[in-house]
Design a protein around this ligand. Structure first.
Ligand SMILES: NC(=O)CC[C@H](N)C(=O)O
Length: 305
């Protein structure tokens, strides 16, 4: 398997030249666009990797999966989906437009910025620091990595320039979707996006989801099967923003991308995959990471559809 992964990485390296690293969060523009890595973690506890699989990156929107799990655990699905819908979108990940015009008047899904700010606001904790501590603790558990932490330079950069996210959050406060202190909710959101991880960490999160909520390395159940099922379904239909349909056709598994260049994949009953390549396509998905996933999906017949 390592050999296969190495071949796939080498075959797709040229794609890194065709994308651009995110610059709208200034700190992300420092990423090396040539990086490309993959890690696979099977539900039988085997780990494989190739390329730049030990390079840390900020998980960005991949954190939306983690926030959704905690929001569901803390509130149940009725409350969560009363505040954020479960429908795919053809708009960009940070779109404002449908928030006001759509009926029902709530974000389309938890995988775009507006929806994720809502799920972050639903995580229990007496203040923002307690919420982010819970998010970090949970992330360390599902990656089996006690060193997972926030990249504070990226966090500061996001906080200073996150005007669009601020606009989304204040609008949602005005219509009663967000309760509590908006700045505190945003602070949690900026921090969760700035959590750093490697492909290997991401692959383990995928493996836990692939394994219906049980950590493959110690048999511990961290989320109920039903929560894992909801999260994978939302990833499949909404995880790549306005490219989710194409991802389902070409790769055919639940996935979630982030503008840091990571993509988290859960192949039900088989494996988790983490890929990383910070050069992005026009929709904010890792351009070479996507190609790597297309190849591995074909090679290992991963599509669930
Ligand atoms: N697509 C993403 O990864 C977006 C996350 C990023 N922190 C933002 O809010 O814009």
């Amino acid at each position: 398997m390592n050999k296969l992964l190495e071949t796939i990485i080498e075959n797709n390296r040229e794609w890194t030249q065709k994308g651009k690293v995110a610059t709208y969060i200034p700190e992300l523009s420092k990423a090396n666009p040539n990086h490309l890595g993959i890690a696979v973690y099977t539900i039988d506890n085997e780990e494989f990797c190739a390329g730049d699989c030990n390079v840390k990156f900020t998980i960005q929107s991949i954190s939306k999966v983690i926030a959704l799990m905690l929001a569901l655990l803390d509130n149940g699905k009725e409350i969560v989906f009363s505040k954020v819908d479960m429908e795919p979108t053809a708009d960009t990940f940070n779109s404002i437009s449908s928030l006001e015009t759509r009926n029902p008047n709530k974000p389309l899904n938890p995988m775009i910025n507006s929806g994720a700010i809502v799920t972050s606001s639903l995580i229990n904790g007496k203040n923002g620091s307690e919420v982010i501590e819970r998010l970090l603790k949970f992330t360390r558990k599902i990656t089996n990595n006690p060193d997972i932490d926030i990249n504070y330079n990226v966090y500061k950069s996001e906080k200073e320039t996150g005007h669009r996210n601020r606009a989304l959050a204040y609008y949602m406060k005005s219509i009663g979707i967000i309760e509590g202190d908006v700045e505190e909710v945003l602070d949690v959101y900026f921090k969760q996006c700035s959590i750093e991880a490697t492909c290997k960490d991401i692959a383990k999160i995928g493996a836990m989801l692939a394994n219906d909520g049980i950590l493959p390395w110690n048999g511990e159940r961290v989320i109920p099967r039903q929560v894992a099922r909801i999260v994978k379904t939302i990833m499949l239909t909404c995880g790549m923003y306005d490219a989710s349909g194409e991802f389902a056709v070409k790769i055919g598994v639940p996935g979630k991308s982030g503008v840091g260049g990571g993509i988290l994949v859960a192949v039900p009953s088989r494996m988790g995959i983490g890929v990383f390549g910070p050069a992005l396509d026009s929709k904010g998905n890792s351009i070479a990471g996507w190609k790597v996933l297309e190849d591995i999906s074909k090679e290992l017949d991963l599509s669930i559809l």
